[in-house]
Design a protein around this ligand. Structure first.
Ligand SMILES: [Zn+2]
Length: 237
C-alpha cells in the first residue's frame, strides 16, 4: 500500500518518501503526492529528488496490481533508486492544477447536463464528457452560460466519505453509467460541490468552483443516436 497524500490534500505539491520497490514497471514509494491515472484523470508527471539533489524524471503514474499501490513510471534513461532510499516526490504542479480545475469543471458540467454519463476524459486544457441524452437535445450556448454561472458562484468543493450501504440506498448519486464507484472497502469517497453536484469520485479537485475560471464549450459532437460528447476548455489556462 502507498499512502496517498493527494486523497486528503490535493494541493500537496511534494512530500518526502522512501523507495519501497523498483522493477521494470516503475518505482514504488511508501507515500506519494503523484495521482495515478484513473477516473478519467491522467496520472501525474514530475520528479523524485534524491539526497544529492539529482532528479529522477517521472513520465507517468499508474495504479499497481494490488489496491492502493501507486507506480511511478520513470522517463527512459533515468537512473534507478535503491530500495530504502529517501527521496522527495515532486509533481508538475501547473499541469496537475489544470487537471484539478478541469476535473472540477466536469462535475459542474454533470450538474448542468441532466443525463447519464457514459464516459469522459480530463485533459490539461480541454476535457470531455459523453452523455446518453435519449430523445433529448443539448444547447451549446445555454450549457456554456450555465457552466460559467455555477463557476462564478464559487461554490465550495469538499471530499467526504459515505458508507457502502448508504450509497447503495442512494443510487441517484452515481452519474457515470459505465463506471461503478469502488466499494467493498466499507466506504466510498464523494465529492460534494455545495448546492451543485454530489457524486462518488476519487480524483483531485480545486477547493471551490471559482478557481476553475471561465470555461468555453468548444463543441458538442454526435456520437450515435443517443450519445453526445461535450468538449469544454479552460478559457483562462
Ligand atoms: Zn471528481
Amino acid at each position: 500500500m502507498t499512502e496517498e497524500v493527494f486523497r486528503d490534500d490535493a494541493y500537496a505539491k511534494s512530500c518526502t518518501a522512501t523507495v519501497t520497490g523498483v522493477d521494470e514497471s516503475g518505482i514504488r514509494l511508501d507515500r506519494t503526492v503523484f495521482y495515478p491515472t484513473g477516473g478519467g484523470q491522467p496520472g501525474d508527471v514530475g520528479a523524485l529528488v534524491r539526497g544529492d539533489g539529482t532528479r529522477i524524471a517521472i513520465a507517468d503514474t499508474r495504479k499497481g496490481a494490488t489496491p492502493g499501490e501507486v507506480v511511478h513510471v520513470p522517463a527512459s534513461g533515468q537512473p534507478a533508486p535503491a530500495i530504502g532510499e529517501p527521496v522527495t516526490a515532486e509533481i508538475d504542479w501547473s499541469r496537475r492544477h489544470r487537471h484539478m480545475r478541469m476535473h472540477t469543471a466536469m462535475h459542474v458540467l454533470c450538474a448542468v447536463v441532466p443525463y447519464g454519463v457514459t464516459g469522459g476524459q480530463v485533459g490539461e486544457l480541454r476535457s470531455r464528457l459523453d452523455f446518453d441524452i435519449g430523445d433529448g437535445s443539448l444547447d451549446k450556448a445555454a450549457i456554456e452560460a450555465k457552466l460559467n454561472e455555477l463557476i462564478a458562484r464559487d461554490a465550495p468543493a469538499r471530499p467526504r466519505w459515505i458508507a457502502d450501504e448508504d450509497l447503495a440506498a442512494q443510487p441517484e448519486l452515481v452519474r457515470t453509467m459505465s463506471v461503478k464507484p469502488p466499494s467493498g472497502a466499507g466506504r466510498v469517497r464523494l465529492l460534494d460541490i455545495e448546492g451543485v453536484d454530489l457524486q462518488p469520485c476519487g480524483g483531485t479537485h480545486v477547493r471551490s468552483t471559482g478557481e476553475i475560471g471561465r470555461v468555453a464549450v468548444e463543441k458538442i459532437e454526435n456520437k450515435g443516436k443517443r450519445n453526445r460528447r461535450v468538449v469544454i476548455a479552460l478559457a483562462e489556462p
